[in-house]
Design a protein around this ligand. Structure first.
Ligand code: NG1
Length: 417
C-alpha cells in the first residue's frame, strides 16, 4: 500500500475555502498558507543544546486561507471546536492571550515579523482575515503549534511582501515561538519549512543548517497517539523547561571545569572535548544524586546516535536506523525521564509486532510514539495496535486522528486559492 507524500491538497483545501467564504461575507481567499507538522526520527532534546536532529515533514498540516486587509487588524476564525474567534492588531508589541489560547501562536508570528517589517523606515503593517484549519493531532509532539506559527508567519509575509531565505525564515519562526513561553531549539519550525518529499532532514543549530537525507521507498513510519496529552501550555511545559534548565546547568558546570565559561551549550563542549571527557568532568562536579549527569549523558549520546542514524539512513540500512531509534527511546525513558506508561506500552507492542525500531517522538511526557518499518508490515501492525491498544481504551473521535502511516512530505508554502 502506498502512502501519499503530498498531503493537504484537494478536499481539505476546498472545505477551507468554503469556511473562509462563510466567515468573511462570501469572499474568496487570496491564498492558502500550508505548514506541515513533523515526526522526529531521532535526536530528542538535542536541538536546544546545539546538537543535531533527524526529523521529516508530515503530510498533515495547518492551513490558513487568508485575504489581506486595508488596516492592521488580524481577524481569525478556526474550524475546530474549542478555538474561539479572535481579533487583534498587528504590531511589534502584542499582548498575549491567557496561556492555552490558540491565538497566541498566531500572535507569536505576527509580533516577530511585524517588528522585523517596521525596521524598514516608512514601512507599514498590513493585517489579514484568516480561516484556519488543520489535521495535525494537537498536544501530541507532532508540532501542531509550530506549524501554526509557521503558517501564520507565511501568511503575514505574503500579505506584507516580506521575502527572506528559508533558513532565516526558519530561525526567525523558532525565535518567534518563544512568545508562548517554551524554550525549544528550533527543530520543529525548520522541519516544517525545509521539509522535502521523500527525504528526512539532518538539521544542525547555531547556526541553523539542514541537509536532505533520502528516505528509501517502501519504508514508512507508523505514528500512534498514546492518548496522554502532552500540551506544552500545561504541566508538560514546566517539565520541558526544567530539562532545558538542567542542560544549561550542566553546560555552566563544564564551563567551570574546562575554564571555558563563554561556551553556552552542551553541544559546544561535545565538539570541543568529546563525550567521555565531558561526562568525566561532570561526574566530578555534581553530587551523586543529581539528575544532571543523566540528562547530559542522554544529550551527548543522542547526538552520536543522530550522526550514526543519518549514516544508516543515507546507506538505506533501515534495520540499523531502527536499532538506533530503539536505543534513543531507552535513553529518553531512563536518562531523560520523558516517557509515560502508555508510550511504553505502544513501544512494546510495536517491537513485539516486528517494527525495525520504535520510540516516543517529540518532547515526550505523552503524545505520539512511532514505529519504523516496511509500509506493508506497518499496515498489519496498525491493525494490531487498534486491537490491543485503542479498542480497550475506546477513545472518542475518529481513529484516523490518532494513528496513521506517513512518509516524508513537502515543506511549508503558500498556494494560490
Ligand atoms: P514538541 O514535540 O513539538 O513539543 C519540543 C520542542 C523542540 C524539541 C523537542 C524535543 C518547541 C516548539 N519544540 O517539540 O524544539 O526541543 O521538544 O526534542 O519547543
Amino acid at each position: 500500500m502506498k502512502t501519499p507524500e503530498r498531503g493537504g491538497t484537494g478536499r481539505g483545501e476546498r472545505a477551507l475555502r468554503a469556511a473562509f467564504a462563510r466567515a468573511f461575507g462570501g469572499r474568496a481567499p487570496a491564498g492558502i498558507a500550508r505548514a506541515p507538522g513533523r515526526i522526529n526520527l531521532i535526536g530528542e532534546h538535542t536541538d536546544y543544546n546545539g546538537l543535531p536532529v533527524l526529523p521529516f515533514a508530515l503530510p498533515r498540516a495547518i492551513r490558513i486561507a487568508f485575504a489581506p486587509r486595508g488596516d492592521a487588524a488580524i481577524v481569525l476564525r478556526h474550524g475546530r471546536e474549542g478555538h474561539p474567534p479572535r481579533e487583534f492588531t498587528a504590531s511589534p508589541a502584542i499582548e498575549p492571550d491567557p496561556p492555552g489560547s490558540w491565538a497566541n501562536y498566531v500572535k507569536a508570528a505576527v509580533e516577530h515579523f511585524a517588528r522585523l517589517l517596521l525596521e524598514t523606515p516608512g514601512a507599514s503593517v498590513r493585517g489579514f482575515d484568516a480561516a484556519v484549519d488543520g489535521d495535525i493531532p494537537q498536544a501530541g509532539g507532532l508540532s501542531s503549534s509550530s506549524a501554526l506559527v509557521v503558517a501564520a508567519a507565511l501568511t503575514f509575509r505574503e500579505v506584507n511582501a516580506l521575502s527572506m531565505a528559508p533558513l532565516e525564515f526558519a530561525a526567525r519562526c523558532a525565535a518567534a515561538e518563544r512568545y508562548v513561553g517554551t524554550q525549544g531549539g528550533g527543530m520543529d519550525q525548520a522541519a516544517s519549512i525545509l521539509g522535502a518529499p521523500g527525504c528526512a532532514l539532518r538539521i544542525d543549530f547555531f547556526p541553523l543548517a539542514a541537509a536532505p537525507v533520502p528516505f528509501p521507498e517502501g519504508y514508512a513510519v507508523l505514528a500512534c497517539h498514546s492518548l496522554v496529552r502532552a500540551a506544552k501550555t500545561e504541566a508538560a511545559r514546566a517539565e520541558f523547561n526544567r530539562r532545558v534548565g538542567e542542560c544549561r546547568a550542566a553546560a555552566a558546570l563544564l564551563g567551570r571545569a574546562f575554564d571555558r565559561p563563554e561556551l553556552p551549550r552542551l553541544g559546544d563542549f561535545a565538539r570541543e572535548f568529546g563525550t567521555e571527557a565531558c561526562l568525566r568532568a561532570l561526574g566530578e562536579a555534581v553530587p551523586p544524586d543529581s539528575k544532571i549527569l543523566a540528562r547530559a549523558r542522554h544529550v551527548f549520546e543522542e547526538a552520536e546516535r543522530v550522526v550514526a542514524a543519518t549514516r544508516a539512513l543515507a546507506a538505506g540500512d533501515m534495520p540499523a536506523l531502527g536499532r538506533l531509534m530503539s536505543e534513543a527511546h531507552a535513553s529518553a525513558r531512563d536518562l531523560y525521564e520523558i516517557s509515560a506508561p502508555a508510550l511504553e506500552e505502544l513501544v512494546r507492542i510495536f517491537l513485539e509486532g516486528g517494527a525495525l525500531g520504535a520510540r516516543l517522538t517529540g518532547a515526550g511526557f505523552g503524545g505520539f510514539a512511532i514505529a519504523l518499518g516496511e509500509e506493508d508490515a506497518l499496515t498489519r501492525l496498525m491493525a494490531v495496535i487498534d486491537e490491543r491498544f485503542y479498542r480497550p481504551r475506546a477513545p472518542a473521535g475518529p481513529i484516523e486522528e490518532l494513528r496513521f502511516i506517513a512518509r516524508p512530505a513537502e515543506g511549508a508554502r503558500v498556494v494560490p486559492a
